[in-house]
Design a protein around this ligand. Structure first.
Ligand code: CTP
Length: 414
């Protein structure tokens, strides 16, 4: 068995939080709050323009550290060199069109740009600007240059921008930015652009099978693992479709097309359609194996007599159908949440399931008290149809997602 890794421990880390001069700076207060609550030491370095949107006292109070944009403040500590040199991560949000341009040209005309030049840790720039500015060839050219140098430029979200307009260029939600930052602290190369030009489809969440207009058969899946897979794939350059069944209250991942599919039958339809031209498909959804044989048109009433026994019908196995109908060279990944039992261990069960389903890779989680469902972290194994077996380290679901995409990318041969 191989061990994916190495993983850097999730302890208090030094983060430089650069803030550009855009209205989305107000949302970054929440990013800062979440990072400090996670125990990280955050130094905020705003641009002069950023301070027109959110003032230094707010950043100082939330970070507990002094804040300056000025190269000539505190010169004895040489902050323009030291901040970048000692950081474990430099995160810039919002990264405006101007800031991207200055970073591309290696300018050092304020403390933030000087910090970008001295940083040797992962650098994550999270753009936010109007759609026209984001799509302008100058900005896209800058982004391409930055990415070619190893700087991670996140995909912006689509949606409401400042004022009435809407489109690509919106700052991703604070929780999503923190998830990407946390992933990079665990694994600096987790967001390399190896899925650029690839089309991938991911399913997430738990299906609900209706019994009558108010009741259903469901399961405990929160959808977090599937959302993390979609988010990481989009940030690694893929064009991503996410078929989402029922989930916890999760924000749509930036740059991902989300299709809602509540029942197993709806999910089957959405997946078969989306997968027809995809390079890779990941079935992370918890699909109900059975549905009530009858979906009553009106609410089943208490009559005082013993209730009718519930009769069930079997649902289609979506993963098996996807494998059977897949185009040549498509990589298909399944998930298995196993408890094992006294006779058969988890990995033996999972190997048999991998063979039964016919997929290329199977992610295996152990289910138990506070494991796999409704929790932030995940762990397990990745089994390959070629006989490989990789232990996945304990960590955030986005970390597990990054290892799954590594294995998928290695199998994409077209
Ligand atoms: N799956 C599916 N359609 C179903 C049931 C499961 O596509 N009707 C997919 C899941 O999305 C997952 C994989 O099959 O990727 C394994 O799901 P799991 O529930 O572990 O397997 P089952 O086939 O239901 O086997 P069992 O419940 O007997 O362990």
């Amino acid at each position: 068995m191989t061990q994916a890794g190495p993983v850097r421990p999730d302890v208090s880390r030094r983060i430089v939080l650069g803030v550009g001069g855009g209205i989305a700076a107000y949302k970054v207060c929440e990013v800062l709050r979440r990072l400090t609550e996670a125990g990280h030491l955050v130094r905020v370095v705003p641009t002069e323009a950023a301070l027109k949107f959110v003032g230094a006292p707010t950043w100082e109070a939330l970070s507990g550290s002094p804040v300056s944009h000025d190269m000539f403040a505190g010169v004895s500590e040489v902050p323009h060199v030291r901040l970048g040199q000692t950081a474990d991560l430099v995160l810039v949000a919002p990264a405006t069109a101007d800031l991207l341009a200055r970073a591309t040209h290696g300018r050092a005309d304020d403390l933030l740009c000087a910090t970008l030049l001295t940083a040797r840790c992962p650098v994550l720039l999270v753009p936010a600007m109007h759609t026209e500015m984001w799509e302008h060839p100058a900005t896209q050219h800058n982004v391409a240059i930055l990415r070619s140098r190893g700087t991670i430029v996140a995909q912006p979200a689509s949606g409401r921008l400042t004022g009435a307009d809407s489109g690509a260029g919106r700052l991703p939600e604070p929780a999503e930015i923190v998830e990407l930052a946390t992933l990079l602290l665990h694994r600096g190369d987790a967001l390399r652009a190896d899925l650029t030009g690839r089309q991938v489809v991911v399913s997430a969440g738990g299906t609900r099978e209706p019994l009558d207009p108010v009741r259903y058969l469901g399961n405990r899946s929160s959808g977090r693992q599937g959302y993390a897979l979609a988010r990481v794939a989009a940030q690694r350059g893929a064009q991503v479709t996410l078929a989402a069944a029922h989930t916890a209250d999760l924000a749509d991942p930036a740059g991902v097309e989300v299709i809602r599919a509540g029942t197993a039958s709806q999910l089957r339809e959405a997946m078969l359609k989306a997968a027809a031209h995809a390079d890779a498909v990941v079935m992370a959804a918890a699909v109900a194996d059975f549905r009530p044989a009858v979906n009553h048109r009106s609410k089943i009433k208490k009559t005082g007599a013993d209730p009718e026994p519930l009769s069930l019908a079997i649902n289609p196995d979506v993963l098996v159908e996807l494998v059977r109908s897949r185009p040549r060279d498509q990589v298909v990944v399944g998930f298995a949440a196993e408890t094992g039992d006294s006779d058969v261990d988890v990995l033996t069960e999972a190997r048999a399931k991998l063979a039964r389903k016919g997929c290329d890779l199977l992610v295996v989680n152990t289910v138990g008290e506070r494991r796999a469902f409704e929790v932030e972290d995940n762990t397990g194994w990745l089994l390959g149809a070629d006989g490989t077996q990789t232990a996945l380290p304990d960590g955030p679901k986005s970390l597990l997602a990054s290892y799954v995409w590594d294995a998928v990318a290695a199998r994409l041969t077209r």
